[in-house]
Design a binder for this molecule. Sequence first.
Ligand code: CO
Length: 302
Amino acid sequence: MDSKIVKKYVKAGEILKETQEEARKIIKSDAKLLDIAEGIEKFIVKSGGKPAFPVNLSFNNEAAHRTADINDELTIKKEDVLKVDIGVHVDGYIADSAFTINLSGEWKDMIKVNETALNEALKLVLENGAGLEIKKIGEIVEKTIKEAGFKPVQNLTGHGLEQYIQHAPPSIPNIATNDSKRFEEGHVYAIEPFVTNGSGLVKEGSACQIFMADEVKPTRDKTARKIMELILKEYETLPFAERWISGKIKMSEFERKIAFRELMQKKCIRAYPILKDENGCIVTQAENSFLIDGQEVILLVK
Ligand code: CO
């Protein structure tokens, strides 16, 4: 891999590490989700990076894709289990990492199991580097989680990372599969096991707060056109939040809703609904990313 590109990934990882430390300070009982999200995203920018996607702050049985809404009044309570998934990019080169926080400590064993599953998987990668079969990750993750009495979320996977592409192939399953693909030199990957005491399958909820540009097509609505121009200029092919757009273009809430509806209908943008396991259960997440540069495996968040 070009050494200039490696440096950008490493820088994104360093910023992400500091951002995670900042996030742990901001996340306190009764803190507003909106303040947490904005605090984290502003810290990334102040540190010289950009958010690769809206910080995901998913609660309890939710696995992913919640972020703060415009005027969000939600607060975090000490009994909540919050997944904090942060992406930082430098010129489109993305570091992606997540942790789970539960202020009451009630779910610390489950969180620990999740971290162990991730660490066992990363150990395999660090020992073997390029050439390791991707299915070895799913095997060790599933075994670690099941031995501890929990389930992995089967239909969420790790993924590749490419410039301005947060979810590039291949997918990296969190369960045993017959996949024969191997990790390759010059590539970047994220491993992200999720642990649940629910069904082990997540479904899309109705709420949507995160979107991504899909295909540029003509739109009738003037606000929709302005929004699309802004998205392509500011976020390219990376996910964004409705909250990010609202302050940047002068429009009423009504105009914004109409514009988003047209962009969705025309498939100019696609939505990422909140993903959740069954009601009442708890889901945790742990994630890190790494690049394989020749013989060397570089963890992005150390
Ligand atoms: Co990820």
